[in-house]
Write a protein that binds this ligand. Sequence first.
Ligand code: NAD
Length: 490
Amino acid sequence: MTRILKNYINGQWCESSEERLRDVINPATGHSLARVPAGSKEDIAFAAESAHRAWWSWRNTPASLRVQYLFRMKQIIETHTDEIAEICTGECGKTFAESKAEIVRAIENIEVACGIPKLLQSDFSEDIAPGIDEFYIRQPIGVGASVSPFNFPVMIAFWFLPYAIACGNTYIVKPSGKVPLTMTRIFELFEDLNLPAGVLNLVHGGRATVDAILEDPHIKAVSFVGSTSVAKYLYQTGTAHGKRVQALGGAKNTVVIMPDADIDTTVKIITDSAYGCAGQRCLAAAIVLTVGKAGEIFTEKIVRASGEKKVGNGMIPGIEIGPVITRESKERIEKLIQKGVDDGATLLLDGRNIKITGCEDGNFIGPTIFANVDSESEIYNTEIFGPVIIINNVDSLEDAIKLINQSRYGNAASIFTSSGAAARKFRHDTMAGNIGINIGIAAPMAFFPFSGWKESFFGDLHGQSMHAVEFYTQTKVVIERWHEEWTRKF
Ligand code: NAD
């Protein structure tokens, strides 16, 4: 019998009030794994009310006690890494190694949040006037919620969740409806935490659920990660309802190769960056700009290395590229490839029509490379979110930076060079929030903010690190006067 997923609210598993369900499909095999509720306003109201009820007592639990739950959370995830990774690969398609890698990233965020007793400390100014001191304290804001995309079923919720609860907020997690099984299993494992009921809640659903999060009066802060159009909608709607919102959007990242870049490492790193998670990473290399002679040196080598990548079911050892998430996604990417051809770009490698034995119903696309792409064209400017890259040649580093800065997105950009001066100029002048110097995926560690600029981010404070702590707390300023003569009265 097909499993129907439940929500976890107020310390208990409960059925959604919405009867409509959608299938959760293994993208490598096309098999249905479970059915997930489409979600409802009532589900969110129930979760938000429970989280709100739990908040006051959780807020008053000392931070040093709150982090004890996080220490156990880290242990639980570490102990069950392989099991969680297998579920993640099953519903998301990425390779088993990629699933394990994102679990490590989630754990790193729990570790950083374990430092919350220190991170919550503030500034104190003695004697701002005679006998008067001033300081601030950071206090939690209430109920928070996260809304995640499909491409990191584990990691992304942990850019926010550990900080939110460590700071004394209660929380609701809404995973992507395409990959709800991984977080469901994590919440099953979290039952062993024995957190007070209502502190952590899991609610499945799609647009109706998100709209309910944006409107619910108990929910004070929302962390979103997903496509730019939805990020913008969430930011505008959430803030219009008086909530704090941080909304991380889509991307189209450029990597620049200078002629003096180390050949082997550059080719390996760029192809890993472009095709890891089948190109479904917000930090994936999507455009490669070779500068001057770098075009002759690198293009052919990148094409050759791309053609050698092993595509298939991510659970099979040695596979480097799994399927894309859905059949619709595969069709959308294939249409964009055709559009590129029709618009006159040169197709150097075509990953369409790839056949994977034993996975005939999977959503596979092989590495695909275009050259000579018009920078005004649709494929140059659209986030393809698949294993498709563009390699264009430009005359100078200045031309490359200009092209990057023209993009509506600003998630990440990288340069490959052995020149410190070129690297410094790139770091200084490029309008993107995460910069890589001889790094293909400039993914910040948990103790740095996951930056992102332009239409890759809406808000002020990013996920991870002190940004997350600041997002999930409000500062209360206290000015105190204690006259010595008052003491003498006793
Ligand atoms: P998506 O925008 O379709 O969905 C993200 C979440 O929003 C899901 O939970 C979904 O249920 C919900 N949602 C979808 N449509 C909605 C709507 N109209 N109203 C309200 N909620 C809605 O994104 P996706 O396809 O799951 O993920 C891929 C996107 O996420 C890519 O654009 C990628 O670049 C982006 N992403 C960005 C980052 C980053 O750090 N900036 C990280 C990972 C992914």
